[in-house]
Design a protein. Structure first.
Length: 189
């Protein structure tokens, strides 16, 4: 630059590596800001569109409720009769409340209380429709475990859990006595 001493212009001239490093840093900052804006939109509004990929996103706050607990009780009873390792089909032989509220049994997976059987044989079907109760689910039904009352779900994955806890009675919305369940089927005296 004409008339400007080299000592002044030297800091203005950057190497290509320095420019690329600066560009990457600015890009990282821009992506971080975009992510934060998106997360605020999906948490505080009724969903939002990601500024990076144009995908709509929303979080869902689910309470572990009566229908989920009843589905878990049904699965527990089946597992006691047929073995804890066996997967059970939620089909024609299921109680009406389990079939009618089909997705509610599946929501127990977010709390880690049920496991779905993989479906490698038929790629035309989204799921196998077969479930089994986990040890955590057994402990919950038996009253040995409390779980977070609410699960916030984003992109079909648990994102955060509430500090507030519930037990099987709280989820059912009425007193539940494990001993009565065991006495009803005649297996425990």
């Amino acid at each position: 630059m004409q008339g400007i001493p080299a000592s002044v212009t030297a800091p203005l001239i950057m190497s290509l590596a320095d420019l690329l490093s600066l560009a990457n840093t600015l890009q990282d900052v821009a992506v971080s800001v975009a992510k934060r804006i998106f997360m605020v939109q999906i948490e505080e509004a009724d969903g939002g569109v990601c500024p990076c990929c144009d995908r709509f996103g929303k979080v869902y706050k689910r309470k572990h409720d009566r229908v989920m607990a009843e589905g878990l009780l049904w699965l527990y009873e089946l597992s006691r009769k047929h073995g804890m390792e066996k997967f059970h089909n939620k089909g024609n032989k299921s109680p009406r409340h389990v079939v009618r509220n089909g997705g509610s049994l599946a929501f127990n997976r977010h709390w880690g209380m049920v496991q779905q059987k993989p479906n490698p044989k038929d790629p035309s079907k989204r799921t196998s429709g077969q479930w089994r109760i986990t040890t955590k689910g057994v402990w919950f039904v038996e009253g040995r475990l409390t779980i977070p009352k609410y699960c916030t779900i984003y992109n079909k994955v648990p994102w955060r859990f509430s500090e507030e806890k519930t037990d099987i009675s709280g989820s059912l919305g009425r007193p539940f006595h494990y001993r009565e369940l065991m006495d009803e089927d005649g297996k425990d005296d």
